[in-house]
Design a protein around this ligand. Structure first.
Ligand SMILES: CC(C)(COP(=O)(O)OP(=O)(O)OC[C@H]1O[C@@H](n2cnc3c(N)ncnc32)[C@H](O)[C@@H]1OP(=O)(O)O)[C@@H](O)C(=O)NCCC(=O)NCCS
Length: 183
């Protein structure tokens, strides 16, 4: 009943890239995640110190973070962490939406926006890691036809993006625009 009432209220927040000065708001968002969401997000049990250090490290290392921001509070986030050790331009992606806002389409909007950003940065491979029972993440990935593969009790999904086109080819119109390729 209370949940239905909450759902009737339109979402008043916006999706935007987080600025360096948003670090305390991003950290507070991760710390507010309920235990189950936190476990799903970090693929295991984590204490507050770990989460705080993780948020600080993310901002220090130039991770791209897109947020769902309402009244100057970050209530959802999508992260793009470079995996420089891979030969192909690869990033690890991760998502979090606070419990009271889950199931309202925010995760899907964050996902869409993150894919755009990843393409702009020239990544051709994205990885998402979670546990096999994470139904929401599986549904999100399915929406974008990402392939989820089980590895040692973890679910690793891979999304392939087409490489950026050389300017000359775009100008000549020689290369047709191709849709995103996943899986
Ligand atoms: C995963 C998560 C980010 C999704 O965000 P969200 O805002 O709830 O997602 P949406 O409302 O956009 O829903 C996306 C899809 O998931 C489905 N979904 C949402 N919550 C679900 C649940 N609890 N069980 C099953 N499916 C669920 C929706 O029906 C939708 O499916 P559709 O595309 O087939 O319609 C959010 O649930 C979350 O923060 N979970 C905890 C952290 C986590 O698991 N992160 C992912 C691993 S990094």
């Amino acid at each position: 009943m209370e949940q239905d009432l909450q759902r009737a209220v339109p979402l008043m927040g916006t999706i935007r890239q987080l600025r360096p000065s948003d670090l305390p708001r991003f950290r507070a968002h991760l710390l507010r995640l309920d235990p189950e969401s936190r476990r799903d997000r970090f693929n295991g049990v984590t204490d507050n110190t770990f989460v705080e250090n993780y948020a600080n490290r993310s901002f220090a290392s130039g991770t791209t973070v897109i947020g769902y921001v309402e009244q100057n509070e970050v209530l959802g986030a999508a992260e793009l962490h470079e995996r420089a050790e891979e030969t192909e331009p690869t990033a690890e992606i991760a998502f979090s939406v606070e419990r009271h806002l889950q199931g309202r389409g925010i995760g899907a909007r964050l996902f869409e926006r993150l894919i755009m950003q990843a393409r702009g940065l020239g990544y051709t491979q994205l990885r998402v890691t979670t546990h096999p029972q994470n139904a929401a993440m599986r549904a999100l990935a399915r929406r974008y036809n990402a392939t989820l593969v089980f590895e040692d009790g973890e679910t690793v999904g891979t999304i392939h993006l087409d490489p950026l086109m050389p300017l000359g080819l775009i100008a000549s119109g020689a290369v047709p625009k191709r849709p995103l390729r996943f899986g």
